[in-house]
Design a protein around this ligand. Structure first.
Ligand SMILES: [Zn+2]
Length: 264
């Protein structure tokens, strides 16, 4: 074996080993932003976004002490817990970086998937906290992902041998088709079906996986269903929820999509 036969290193900092410091720096920069969105949007539907500590009113974000948006997740003035639990957003970001590394896609595609993850992480924590998926996040995820995957196709990237153009159309079709089935279940089954927020979330999550073919779309959904079912059983046995209880499905959809994306 000659030294020249090694696997060619893909171009660009996003795919080289030297990209790790860049990735970690990006994660350290966006973690407070995600914490801000989670704290602001984890409110009941129809109410104004939260702008400060529930206990003492100290604003978080640029106007307040930075402690609230740090991994400690506490108000800088009164130490009340704020937003997502301590260190969870930071851990989720590390897992997301791992997903992008495992997926190992060209630069423009990686930007598209990073955008989806950037929208999906706040959705994950907001749905866990208040059982809703705000439209502004699901629509930013959908339009951003569709547009960036279109750019990836124009840049010559592709998810399958069919080529970027066909992959982009399949991605849009997958997002639309799965969202239609979810929305139909809401109309037909009411609260026993999926939520409309879930239908808007799959517009982007199924598009991400549809870029790679129909197999990853089904894998992502299966992982979500199995994980949700197992979690329900565990919570029922532990007496944490009742049969009538409603488990938010968004976090499972995001988890399943991340698994399928990492394996794509
Ligand atoms: Zn406070």
């Amino acid at each position: 074996m000659s030294l020249t036969e090694h696997r060619p290193t893909p171009a660009g900092p996003l795919r080289s080993g030297a990209g790790w410091p860049l990735r970690l720096l990006a994660a350290a920069t966006v973690a407070p932003l995600i914490r801000w969105i989670v704290a602001a949007d984890s409110v009941p539907g129809g109410t104004a976004r939260r702008t400060g500590c529930d206990n003492c009113g100290t604003p978080f974000g640029s106007a307040g002490p930075p402690l609230a948006l740090s991994p400690l997740a506490r108000c800088g003035a009164c130490r009340q817990r704020i937003g997502a639990p301590p260190a969870t957003v930071e851990l989720a970001l590390l897992v997301s970086i791992g997903v992008l590394v495992l997926a190992a896609r060209p630069a423009v595609e990686t930007v598209a998937f990073a955008w989806w993850l950037l929208c999906a992480l706040p959705l994950f924590f907001v749905d866990l906290a208040v059982h809703r998926l705000p439209d502004r996040l699901t629509s930013a995820a959908a339009f951003g992902t569709w547009g960036l995957l279109g750019l990836a196709a124009l840049a010559g990237d592709s998810g399958t041998a069919a080529g970027g153009g066909a992959d982009w159309l399949r991605a849009l079709l997958a997002g639309g088709a799965v969202a239609f089935v979810f929305a139909a279940s809401t109309v037909l089954l009411g609260r026993r079906g999926f939520g409309l927020g879930d239908a808007k979330l799959v517009l982007s999550s199924a598009a991400v996986l549809g870029w790679f073919g129909w197999g990853p779309v089904f894998l992502g959904l299966m992982v979500a269903f199995v994980a949700a079912a197992l979690t329900s059983v565990v919570l029922l046995v532990a007496g944490r929820v009742r049969w009538s209880g409603h488990l938010p499905f968004g976090p499972f959809l995001i988890l399943g999509s991340m698994v399928a994306l990492a394996l794509a």
